[in-house]
Design a binder for this molecule. Sequence first.
Ligand code: URA
Length: 241
Amino acid sequence: MPSRYHRLDRFLSQVLQVSRSGLRPVLAAGRVRVNGVPVRDRQQRIGPFDRVELDGQPLQSEAPRYLMVNKPAGVVSATSDDQHTTVMDLLPASQRQGLHLAGRLDFNSTGLVLLTNDGAWSRQLSQPQSQVRKHYRVTVEQPLTEAYVAAFSEGMWFAFEGIKTRPATLRIRSAYEADVWLCEGRYHQIKRMFGRFDNKVLTLHRLAIGHLVLDESLAPGESRDLMPGEVAGIAGLSSRG
Ligand code: URA
């Protein structure tokens, strides 16, 4: 099934195995409906979640889906893995079809992970340079000092990627616990940032992505559908911090 926007005639000729010229009378007769409306313009663009029907029979009728999962430690952020339980394994088998992860957490990290079948939505969130702010709670081995606040805010040079990290916010909650807000998601970013201080991250829990806060009623391993406002409102800065 097409993943993004396509011309209607291209979509129909692929699905029906009919030449584009052969589609003209079908379209002219108003036999094709998009979201319930007869469409005669063969150049109309259709997206992956538009409902397309021929003579009332659905050709494409997939609804967009969005879920949050409270990822436990010891679970891989992947759809399949030979050795370990994956985030996808946490869902009932009947709900997994067509879903992919919108961003990852490390094997031992916990908290908010999103799943969807909407590729455009997940790309917006999960690219390393995504501007969506993510909120983490971290415990570390060595006591924290104000030097961490300054270093996170200043940014750190990551030689492997050849980039300086974007300004991040670190708020010390107690000697060994901090909240961190990142506007990007580089590989092992938080562990590497604390690593600059030779300070080992002991636990790392994601509390929010943009405005979307992990539902506290979800036990580790549990999931639920997002509400429409949560789906639409995820872009932008977290209201906290
Ligand atoms: N930073 C990390 O180091 N690990 C995570 O899982 C998320 C952010």
